[in-house]
Ligand binder design. Structure first.
Ligand SMILES: [Fe+2]
Length: 394
């Protein structure tokens, strides 16, 4: 795999047009963030600013955060409630569907100035995206011809999606945001690579929280663009130690175990599911910590990682506390995630300066894209880049 795909500005520009403006479904919000008419949230599709707003009919609408007049990014609040959006520049006003409803001085002043007589408000609404809202999560696409969200995910990935988004009302528990000096694909790649988890994440290894011998699986859809990495801990309560762990570092023992006392809450044997949905979102179920990790590219050498931690509206206080305590593993300073942020930034440095170099991604199957019943596999990483290469026509 060539290193220049992580730093080439032309590749980055093509990704915006082909992937993010193309037939992809992009995560934009949780339904519970905008429950009522007038509620809105600002976000991005790829690196393009958008707004998601709920209208009077109860529908979620997604439109570009770009005034149809002079291109101003009109919405500046992260979240809020409003009956309409007004651009600060010339006060053009749009409703919750993105329709243009007001233009100051449209008819001029004292019979002078004003818009031409054939100017129609209907012709100057905001560019809107196609929207799907499924079981509490909202996705959007610039391409009106994109397949349905269900077809897009395919049966197996939809199963993982519906496992967490099962129709129960969700409740946001908190946000974390971080800026990482690396190409966005390196984080997607990291989230499809279970091989590193047994080696890089010293916190997990030292305390025997994640072992290479646990039943673990790499799953993909038929295109290779989506994946799920799953693990099954036999006894979720057993964090006191294992032989492998002692072998790793007998001198270290975790005293504060309260953030690592998971409770089985989902059907089936999986205790960890990292579900990566093309192009740029990861739905995380790590024991009881549920989160959306939204990757927002910010140029070839930078991305923002936006974490939304959530639970269910009917969680009792004890479960909410578990979710929050376990969240200490995640985010910018997370005991596990901190390693990923650091290592992908180092990967970026190596790629930027050696663009003509290549990388080796052959673990478990060489060039073959295939699922695995082991952590020691780069199959899903090849699935991702294989699909990427195809759509980008590289
Ligand atoms: Fe990791």
């Amino acid at each position: 795999m060539p290193a220049w795909i992580f730093s080439d500005p032309d590749v980055y520009a093509r990704e915006r047009d082909i992937i993010f403006r193309g037939p992809s479904w992009n995560y934009v919000a949780l339904s519970c963030e905008i429950p009522n008419s007038g509620d809105f949230k600002r976000n991005s599709v790829g690196d393009m600013p958008i707004v998601v707003a709920r209208d009077e009919d109860g529908n979620a609408n997604v439109f570009v955060n770009r005034c149809a007049h002079r291109g101003v990014r009109f919405c500046r609040q992260h979240r809020g409630t409003t009956p309409e959006f007004m651009c600060p520049y010339h006060q053009w006003t749009f409703n919750l569907k993105g329709d243009l409803i007001g233009v100051p001085f449209r008819r001029g002043l004292r019979k002078q100035g004003g818009m031409p007589s054939d100017f129609r408000l209907e012709d100057h609404g905001l560019e809107t995206l196609r929207v799907t809202e499924r079981n509490g999560a909202i996705f959007a696409s610039f391409d009106p011809k994109v397949e349905t969200f269900e077809e897009y995910l395919g049966e197996q990935m939809l199963g993982y999606f519906d496992r967490v988004f099962d129709g129960r009302e969700l409740r946001v528990l908190g946000y974390m945001r971080q800026s990482i000096p690396a190409n966005w694909k390196l984080y997607v790649d990291n989230q499809k690579d279970p091989y590193h988890a047994t080696l890089l994440h010293y916190f997990l290894i030292s305390f025997g929280l994640f072992r290479a011998t646990e039943p673990s699986f790499v799953k993909m859809d038929s295109t290779g663009r989506h994946s799920a990495l799953t693990s099954q801990k036999g006894d979720q309560g057993d964090f006191t130690g294992t032989d492998e762990m002692k072998h790793n570092d007998a001198a270290l023992a975790l005293q504060g175990t309260q953030m690592l006392q998971p409770e089985r809450e989902f059907a089936g044997p999986d205790t960890v599911v990292i579900n990566s949905i093309w192009p740029s979102v990861i739905i995380q179920q790590q024991s009881n910590t549920l989160a959306v990790r939204h990757i927002i590219p910010r140029g070839p050498g930078s991305y923002e990682l936006s974490w939304t931690f959530f639970g269910y509206a009917d969680d009792d206080p004890a479960m909410t506390k578990k979710r929050l305590l376990q969240a200490n593993l995640m985010g910018p300073s997370g005991l596990v995630s901190i390693d990923d942020s650091e290592v992908v930034a180092f990967a970026q440095r190596g790629s930027e300066f050696y663009g003509q170099a290549s990388q080796v991604v052959e673990m478990d199957g060489g060039a073959e894209v295939r699922e695995a019943e082991t952590l020691i596999s780069e199959g899903a990483v090849r699935g991702f880049y294989g699909y990427y290469r195809k759509v980008m026509a590289l």
